[in-house]
Design a protein around this ligand. Structure first.
Ligand code: CP
Length: 361
């Protein structure tokens, strides 16, 4: 459990005698990469590379992390559990509504529904047991104006007295760092700037979360790349918050950001093709109206012909991926595909994140 920040004895006595309340330093969470400075992100990536070279450490010795999953996972759960173990710590997995009590997140509410306890108690109690809380909570897919508030994650951060990590809500910042690490391994860490990065929408039979797309846009622009968001129609543009972050990142870091609905010109000369499917925000919650639109764009699949237009570009995806729906077998099995390296890097970057966050206390 994180102890309150202690000023030095002499400073504490001075503040006490002159009547200043002793302030506790704000907790640094890992909710979005945009909250972290570029040098801080670079330091996490360097630490991750060190963990990749030498996996064992004692940064979490005697520490524990609660992994709170409201949704399924293969990579995130495995890599966090193993990562905590490799650093000498312990992970507890909780699935509210399955093996833990359902949680209420509304304020000032009469809890006469399914929830058995309130986030105000859940986060405070977990904070007495563990040193980190990590949360996966996908949107409800009914009302984007509600989902975009990221209420579950924000509520954990509000009531927790230990650092909180985003395991994918409406962004996926751990995936961002794993992707950048894979790109740095391929291109060299100094040369991502000005690489042509294409974030392409792909077809999927279901309307999926925009989290990974929001994150890919955020981190690619943060790294100073020339970023193209390729999607079938303006309906598939991302939320203004993330489009705004992309514009801000270009202004601060160089590179560029443009939108395209033309497959050939978007792929032409690309160094990186990153694929993801997501539901169109204007149809959020009215998915039966979105489906006939989405069905028209199955040809956005990443295939060899499209990859041949690139500058010997690499392909990646966060996984899980439906083969021959989002990308063909030939692309997935080609040397250009770095999705497995990216998935491995989840382990290394998350160890760096956990180590950095517990080092605060
Ligand atoms: N990419 C990713 O987060 O994978 P899981 O959903 O399997 O955790």
């Amino acid at each position: 459990m994180r102890q309150p920040e202690k000023p030095s004895l002499a400073l504490g006595f001075l503040l006490f005698t002159i009547g200043f309340p002793m302030q506790q330093a704000p907790i640094k969470h890992f909710l979005n990469t945009q909250d972290w400075t570029r040098p801080e992100l670079d330091a996490l990536l360097m630490q991750a590379a060190a963990f990749k070279r030498s996996k064992a450490g004692d940064q979490l010795k005697g520490r524990a992390i609660a992994l709170v999953f409201f949704n399924p996972s293969l990579r995130t759960r495995t890599s966090f559990e193993i990562g905590a173990f490799q650093l000498g710590g312990h992970a507890v997995v909780l699935q509210p509504g399955k093996d833990a009590w359902p949680i209420e997140f509304e304020l000032d509410t009469v809890m006469d529904g399914e929830a058995e306890e309130h986030i105000a108690e859940v986060a405070r109690v977990l904070s007495r047991y563990v040193d980190l809380i990590a949360v996966r909570a996908f949107p409800k897919f009914v009302d984007w104006s509600v989902d975009r508030q990221d209420k579950v994650l924000r509520s954990f951060a509000k009531y927790s007295t230990v650092p909180v990590i985003n395991l994918e809500t409406i962004t996926h910042p751990c995936q961002e760092l794993a992707h950048v690490m894979a790109l740095q391994e391929h291109f060299g860490s100094a040369v991502l700037r000005d690489k042509k990065f294409v974030l392409t929408w792909t077809y999927h039979p279901k309307a999926l979360n925009t989290a990974v797309a929001n994150s890919a846009l955020t981190i690619a622009t943060r790294m100073g790349m020339d970023v193209t968001l390729l999607c079938p129609t303006p309906d598939y543009l991302l939320d203004q918050r993330y489009m705004g972050w992309a514009a801000q990142n270009v202004a601060e870091n160089g590179g560029s950001f443009k939108i395209s609905h033309d497959i050939e010109s978007a792929y032409a000369g690309a160094d990186v093709v990153y694929a993801k499917s997501w539901g169109a925000l204007p149809y959020f919650g009215r998915w039966e109206h979105e489906k006939p639109i989405r069905e028209q764009y199955k040809h956005f699949i990443v295939d060899e012909a499209k990859m041949a237009l690139t500058n010997h570009g690499v392909f990646s995806h966060c996984l899980p991926l439906r083969r021959n729906i989002k990308a063909t077998d030939a692309v997935m099995d080609s040397p250009a595909c770095i999705a497995i390296a990216e998935a491995e890097n989840r382990l290394h970057v998350q160890k760096a994140i956990m180590a950095a966050l517990v080092a605060q206390s």
